[in-house]
Design a protein around this ligand. Structure first.
Ligand code: GLU
Length: 446
């Protein structure tokens, strides 16, 4: 590491103490940018790195609400508007008890580069709350969302900041959030949120987009090796939106998904996961993955979600949450001859796990490239909202596929150009950074 990048990282860590995920996300990107600063001194002169690590604006607010027993509850809400060089801030909202400002900042920082890679005009942002939706009634979820939006509305807008879903925020929550926004601003601004319902401004294929996009990118990487997903055994962690639709696409392409998980553990079904059952459990009942074995005796449940990586497989797709795949899990995958690891979640592999994959020449699809399909399709939803149109499923899916193929192409070309052929993580970071950095140079010191 050069003196310059070391200094920027040290200052960032000093200024943001006790935010390990945020530090991790910044270090991972900055380390891969070293050759960029050597080749393009103008970025250093314009202070791009110093500016890009600092969010443009951070909002933190109280979210009071009343639970079903009549007790007053207080949660904390966040929105980090990280970078608007390429377009309005764009990124999801996460409702999970682990949420704090460091988590939102790491996610917002990642979002800047991911969004840039999509080629769509969207900046980077992220938000959420430490609210735990688990076990809450519909009424409680609605009252929480309304209270959250009662503060958030003044900070967002279709040309300013466009939130969407993430962990704990799906179609139901986006509905309640949109209803409250519309009521307060007294206008139907469809483009203020994405992931909306299909008959009120949402886009077909948005629900499927992150999982489908991940598998398109994986398929592109395999194609380069003269291989494909057909007949591959695949382990996917998580069982939310990303994992479910990654499973669907893998199965469509002839692969076999043998395991899925949630925070309570994983199910292993050697005959292949029956997705209808999972959809019924997770999307309809809002239940737990262990309920799967009640309907499929061929499957077994293990109450340890991180042990999912011990399963023998060809392809591993971590689609649950940050740092879910550590060094030991990475080694277990390598020992079982895994060919490819594709990140559906945001930053699911620890830095040590990534090192293990690198040392063993495992094909690695980094999150910023691999899970960009969700936000790319959000941008397509914004396009439809601006046009007051609804595109067909085929049109949206075709556009998404084109974007994923392009992300693979620019990431691998950029890696090659900077002397790191085959390193998609470095290629994606550099390609995303260059777009944002050029825009920041052209827009002056702001
Ligand atoms: N939460 C998703 C992500 O991590 C989607 C964000 C969006 O659609 O704005 O990229």
């Amino acid at each position: 590491m050069s003196q310059y990048t070391t200094r920027v990282i040290e200052e960032m860590m000093e200024r943001n103490p006790n935010q390990p995920e945020f530090h991790q996300a910044i270090k991972e990107v900055v380390e891969s940018l070293e050759p960029v600063f050597e080749k393009n001194p103008e970025y250093k002169e314009a202070g791009i790195l110093e500016r890009i690590v600092e969010p443009e604006r951070q909002i933190m607010f109280r979210v009071p609400w009343v639970d079903d027993e009549g007790n007053v509850q207080v949660n904390r809400g966040f929105r980090v508007q990280y970078n608007s060089a390429l377009g309005p801030y764009k990124g999801g909202l996460r409702f999970h008890p682990s949420v704090n400002v460091g988590i939102i900042k790491f996610l917002g920082f990642e979002q800047i580069f991911k969004n840039a890679l999509t080629g769509r005009p969207i900046g980077g942002g992220k938000g959420g709350s430490d609210f735990d939706p688990k076990g809450k009634s519909d009424g409680e979820i609605m009252r929480f969302c309304q209270s959250f939006m009662t503060e958030l509305y003044r900070h967002i807008g279709p040309d300013l900041d466009v939130p969407a879903g993430d962990i704990g925020v799906g179609g139901r929550e986006i509905g309640y959030l949109f209803g409250q926004y519309k009521r307060i601003v007294n206008a139907y601004e469809a483009g203020v949120l994405t992931g909306k319902g299909l008959n009120w401004g949402g886009s077909l294929a948005r629900t499927e987009a992150t999982g489908y996009g991940l598998v398109y990118l994986v398929e592109e990487m395999l194609k380069e090796q003269g291989d494909s997903i057909a007949d591959k055994e695949v382990v996917i962690s998580g069982s939310g939106n990303v994992a479910i639709y990654a499973t669907e696409k893998v199965q469509e392409l002839g692969g076999k998904v043998v395991a899925l998980s949630d925070s309570g553990g994983y199910v292993y079904d050697p005959e292949g996961i029956k997705l209808d059952t999972v959809k019924e459990i997770k999307e309809v009942r809002r239940g737990r993955i262990k309920e799967y074995v009640e309907e499929h005796p061929s499957a077994e449940f293990t109450a340890d979600s991180s042990a999912i990586w011990q399963i023998d497989c060809d392809i591993a797709l971590p689609c649950a949450t940050q740092n879910e795949l550590n060094e030991e899990s990475a080694q277990a995958l390598v020992d079982n001859d895994v060919i490819l690891v594709g990140e559906g979640a945001n930053m699911p592999s620890t830095p040590k796990a990534i090192e293990v994959f690198k040392e063993n020449s495992i094909l690695f699809a980094p999150a910023k490239a691999a899970n960009a399909g969700g936000v790319a399709t959000s941008a397509i939803e914004m396009t439809q909202n601006s046009m007051r149109e609804s595109w067909t499923f085929e049109r949206v899916e075709g556009t998404l596929k084109g974007i994923m193929i392009n992300i693979h192409k620019i990431s691998s070309q950029t890696a090659k150009e900077y002397g790191m052929e085959g390193d998609l993580a470095a290629g994606a970071n550099i390609a995303g950074f260059l777009k944002v950095a050029d825009a920041m140079v052209e827009q002056g010191v702001i």
